[in-house]
Design a protein around this ligand. Structure first.
Ligand SMILES: Nc1ncnc2c1ncn2[C@@H]1O[C@H](COP(=O)(O)OP(=O)(O)OP(=O)(O)O)[C@@H](O)[C@H]1O
Ligand SMILES: O=P(O)(O)OC[C@H]1O[C@H](OP(=O)(O)OP(=O)(O)O)[C@H](O)[C@@H]1O
Ligand SMILES: [Mg+2]
Length: 289
């Protein structure tokens, strides 16, 4: 038995391949081939556009796939969400589908879009949003490079923003957020109903989530004179349960803890001050609660 999996070409490709690698799935792409080789004989992988993956998952051509929530909604794909994977092209944050206008435009809010022209790759999602807000406007499909169409070709755009640099570079101003979107590991309903496929999907989800969770965390290990242990435990973040082990032939102990990487910069000097020595920090590949 094999699970047929669609992975995105384009914006999400590199980040997706990196995440899968960290999760233990290694892909090799031969040039121009859309069928990467993978080190898991239970997987059959197809590279496709993110726009189309939810549709093919919905239709059962693929058992499962990776794409953004934006394209799942745009395709009105009735799929099972196996895992919400919070990563995008260049960050680990959700992205936003926003409506933007030229900086000096007199369009200030959604109601000002009445009778205006809006270009977007996500026509249905945009139309639905305008309808919910009681605004009648003309929404036209854009193949991409949408930002450059304002103000000469259209009055506004609905486009993805991640770092904000495209909005800034094109002198645009955001007037509304239609949707926050993250990357979704989603499956076909019949595939989900198949016990073997469901278990495979769930196992993959654990590994993928574990890999993502590990990215913001590190391990910290140190040696501490037994007398200083209480002081050290006071410094360490309260909700953590450090592992304390006795060093052989010594009254020193080793303390080990997993914590958010962003805490480490303040913590290491404090630990040193409290008497810790031989402090090491190491990266983690997976964290499974
Ligand atoms: N920074 C980003 N810019 C655009 N899309 C992003 C970004 N980060 C994540 N995504 C997600 O990637 C998918 C975009 O893929 P899509 O195939 O529409 O375009 P693309 O990969 O950017 O290709 P193209 O270069 O033709 O625009 C969407 O689901 C979107 O949510
Ligand atoms: O906020 P930012 O980090 O700048 O990212 C958002 C930009 O990235 C995407 O463009 P893409 O590279 O897919 O090109 P496209 O416009 O041709 O789709 C998206 O459509 C925005 O233009
Ligand atoms: Mg794009």
């Amino acid at each position: 038995m094999k699970l047929r999996l669609g992975l995105p070409k384009g914006s999400l490709q590199e980040a997706t391949f990196n995440l899968f690698k960290q999760a233990g799935f290694d892909f090799t792409i031969r040039s121009r081939s859309y069928f990467p080789a993978v080190n898991d004989p239970e997987l059959e992988v197809v590279l496709m556009r993110a726009q189309e993956i939810p549709r093919y998952v919905n239709e059962g051509v693929l058992d499962a796939g990776i794409s953004g929530l934006d394209w799942i909604l745009e395709n009105e794909a009735d799929v099972v969400e196996v895992a919400d994977l919070v990563y995008a092209k260049s960050t680990s944050n959700p992205i936003r589908l926003v409506i933007a206008v030229a900086k000096d435009s007199n369009i200030k809010e959604v109601s000002d879009l009445k009778g205006k022209r809006i270009a977007t790759e996500l026509v249905r999602v945009t139309q639905k949003y305008l309808k919910e807000n009681g605004v009648e406007a003309s929404v036209e499909f854009s193949y991409g490079a949408t930002e450059v169409k304002v103000p000469d070709l259209v009055d506004a755009i609905a486009d993805i923003t991640e770092t904000g640099s495209s909005i800034k570079a094109n002198n645009l101003r955001i007037i509304a957020t239609i949707l926050e979107s993250t990357t979704r590991f989603h499956a076909n309903k019949d595939a989900w109903a198949d016990p073997w496929k469901r278990e495979k999907l769930q196992n993959m989800a654990v590994l993928l989530q574990g890999a993502l969770r590990a990215r913001s965390k590190v391990g910290l290990k140190m040696n501490v004179p037994g007398d200083n242990l209480d002081k050290i435990l006071d410094v360490l973040p309260a909700m953590k349960q450090p592992t304390v082990s006795q060093l052989v032939h010594s009254d020193w102990v080793a303390v080990e803890v997993i914590l958010d990487e962003k805490q480490v910069r303040d913590l290491i000097p404090a630990l040193k001050k409290a008497g810790a020595q031989d402090i090491i920090e190491y990266p983690l590949k997976k964290v499974i609660p």
